[in-house]
Design a protein around this ligand. Sequence first.
Ligand SMILES: [Zn+2]
Ligand SMILES: [Zn+2]
Length: 232
Amino acid sequence: MEKRLKIHLTGAVQGVGFRPFVYNLAKKLNLKGYVINDTYGVIIEIQGKEKDINQFLISIHTEKPPLAHIFSQEIEQLPQAKFKDFEIRSSKAVGKKEVFILPDISTCEECLKELNDPKNRRYRYPFINCTNCGPRFTIIEKLPYDRPNTTMKKFKMCLDCESEYNNPEDRRFHAQPNACPVCGPYITLYTSDKKLVSEKQQALKDTVALLKEGKILAIKGIGGFHLVCDAS
Ligand SMILES: [Zn+2]
Ligand SMILES: [Zn+2]
């Protein structure tokens, strides 16, 4: 006998890899249905065997992504439906905006490893991020938290980034700010009177050289400016 439940979760459940986590968990337990962000949090519908559903209800709390926090949970039982599969549906933009927005999150260990690996396609790419780290609050223009509602909407993902974004096994599955040197934002260096000096890796090299010369630089980060100089 199959059962169908509708689960409504509120809390820090957007921008933390919650939908991909739910997707993978539902697949593992042979559950059908969908997950969707709404302006209050996340709505999940699942249908399947009772023991799998019970396991699902435990695992969403015990195995959730490290940055996710569930504040409330409402469960409703519904008559069975004809779901073909489990899917991540695109977000609803209706209702009052009450979702808990996450702050920007510092680069995680795995991203740092890639950043310093000369063989990685994001070697020294300053805008590296994944589902567990990267900008959130600074880039969100409106809710729900989806790429078209962030300042990343201008950057169309390249094929490599898009396949990461669409692959449930990838650690960048549905990472909204996903980017790389081919398709994402890049750094530029300007003089104090706003003349362009250089871009990309050259800008990084020039910045290092200027610091060594004793110059003071203002580096724009995701949350503001950082003044840097050689303190010695
Ligand atoms: Zn990361
Ligand atoms: Zn890319």
